[in-house]
Design a protein around this ligand. Structure first.
Ligand SMILES: C[S@@+](CC[C@H](N)C(=O)[O-])C[C@H]1O[C@@H](n2cnc3c(N)ncnc32)[C@H](O)[C@@H]1O
Length: 256
């Protein structure tokens, strides 16, 4: 029923505005208070855009868990520069405040980037467009991570951004992304499930790429055979993206 209604909105060209209204309504729901130790909380609408809820306690705890998941997979002591691609309002970037190297963030959402610029002074932030390029030089970063970003892009945009993120990584640098994998199978309809199980990328609501409504589902075969092209495939940890439950964590390395 919900999907039928969304399809009607899509046909009427109203799906984008309808989803923004939905996010606005979600931001009005009361959330739990949180003890803030660090930068202030972003406005509720910005939190909803990255976390699906304006619950401050979840925003902070899930951001910390996502940072810890990165630290568990990448030797942070050995890196000098990091890019949080699709950083939103800095849910995870805020936990890099003690990092000795360069911290950068980028997002397509101007309001989120402006908030980060004003409130996370230890990092620098850039606005990019829905399509590449980024403003950074070739081989600028040891680590680029994109948490729940490729989950909201069309197949074409994903491959274009994979190549762009590879460009800005140093040889030997890591790309860490999170994806909707096997644990999301129950959300798929029969046709989508068949495609997923045969190794095809499934993308829903591709008319609104970059929004949380557009949802991509990545089977392991697609990740290994298509997405990882140009990289060494280091690992896939099912449901390993701890601050973005229950997404998979995928780690790639740019060859030296
Ligand atoms: C679900 S939110 C996740 C935000 C953040 N990574 C986190 O985990 O808190 C997805 C983010 O990706 C951003 N995004 C979507 N398409 C993008 C693109 N082409 N370039 C940069 N950011 C993009 C959105 O604006 C949004 O901030």
């Amino acid at each position: 029923m919900k999907r039928r209604f969304l399809r009607l909105l899509e046909r009427a060209g109203l799906i984008g505005p309808a989803f923004r209204t939905y996010e606005r309504l979600v931001s009005l729901r009361p959330g739990r208070p949180a003890a803030i130790d660090g930068p202030p909380l972003p406005p509720r609408r910005l939190m909803v855009r990255v976390a699906g809820t304006a619950d401050a306690d979840w925003f902070l705890r899930s951001g910390r868990a996502a940072y810890d998941a990165i630290a568990a997979h990448v030797p942070l002591a050995e890196i000098d520069s990091v890019l949080d691609f699709g950083c939103g309002c800095g849910r995870v970037t805020r936990y890099w405040s003690d990092f000795a190297g360069a911290v950068r963030g980028g997002d397509v959402n101007t309001k989120a980037v402006e908030w980060c610029r004003a409130n996370l002074p230890f990092a620098r932030f850039e606005i990019n467009r829905l399509e590449p390029p980024l403003a950074f030089e070739d081989e600028s970063f040891d680590l680029v991570y994109a948490l729940s970003v490729f989950t909201h892009l069309t197949a074409e945009l994903q491959l274009a951004w994979r190549d762009e993120l590879r460009r800005v990584l140093r040889p030997g640098g890591h790309l860490l992304v999170t994806t909707h994998g096997h644990s999301y199978l129950p959300r798929l309809d029969a046709g989508e499930r068949t495609r997923f199980e045969s190794g095809e990328l499934v993308v829903r609501w591709s008319d609104v790429p970059g929004t949380n409504l557009c949802s991509a589902y990545h089977p392991e075969r697609y990740l290994r055979d298509t997405f990882a092209r140009g990289f060494a495939f280091v690992e896939l940890e099912p449901e390993g993206a701890r601050g973005n439950p229950t997404q998979d964590l995928v780690l790639l390395r740019k060859p030296s």
